[in-house]
Design a protein around this ligand. Structure first.
Ligand SMILES: [Zn+2]
Length: 231
């Protein structure tokens, strides 16, 4: 059907912020996730960061500003950035980890990227660092991961050595995602989880599923360890 004047798809300007509606919707959702994840113990202190793609071409992300308490995020704390992490809307600085969000969005076509710092993820990321990852298999909860339809699934969770050199870390993350294109999340050692989804709701669900499975794995791993002697 030919396009009429009223049905033409609006052309997004190459520069400048994206339409308010997409940004506002993403900002509200990211704030809600921040409050929930804080309450559940996954983003204490000012840890964690969240992003959502609000435009593919040109690439635009709504992303949390750096250094903020995620339990009390407001829409004004969300920035709009372009593919170079230049801030187009909002005040504040994007997290130093923004480069990792951009790698995941570009490489996997993700619509949202969520990063948490949980106790169990932190413990496991160190326990299995020498193996560069660990497998989770046999659990019904695995079916909460996109594309997984049976508990017989084997999920490999890659672990990257943590670094403050985010350019180098981005290169390593890109390499791991090429090596494990089917994975649903990556851990940084003694740091936290990166997971993603086609949209915000799916990424949120992946955090919930992976954090559940991490807790199961951590309890299994550490429950059998000998208690240090007090004598
Ligand atoms: Zn972090």
């Amino acid at each position: 059907m030919p396009l009429t004047a009223s049905s033409k798809i609006p052309i997004t300007p190459a520069e400048g912020p994206i339409a308010d509606q997409a940004f506002n919707h993403a900002a509200e959702s990211l704030c809600r996730i921040g409050r929930e994840f804080y309450r559940r113990g996954w983003v204490f202190g000012t840890s964690g960061n969240f992003s959502a793609k609000i435009s593919t071409s040109p690439l635009r992300l709504a992303i949390t500003s750096s250094g903020l308490d995620k339990g009390s995020l407001a829409a004004a704390d969300i920035l709009e950035i372009d593919s170079d992490a230049t801030v187009l809307r909002g005040s504040g600085l994007p997290s130093a980890e923004t480069a990792l969000h951009l790698v995941i969005v570009r490489q996997l076509g993700a619509g949202a990227v969520l990063h948490t710092h949980s106790v169990c993820g932190t413990l496991l990321s160190d326990r299995f660092a020498a193996d560069s990852g660990f497998a989770i298999e046999g659990y019904e909860m695995l079916k909460g991961l996109a594309g997984v339809s049976t508990h017989e699934h084997r999920e490999w969770v890659p672990i990257l050595e943590n670094s403050q050199d985010y350019a180098a870390l981005s290169t390593e993350l890109a390499s791991v995602l090429r090596q494990y294109p089917q994975c649903h999340g990556v851990l940084l050692r003694k740091h936290g989880l990166y997971t993603w989804g086609q949209e915000i709701a799916e990424a949120r669900r992946h955090v919930e599923i992976l954090e559940f499975l991490f807790e199961v794995q951590a309890r299994l791993q550490f429950a059998s360890m000998p208690t240090p002697s007090l004598i």
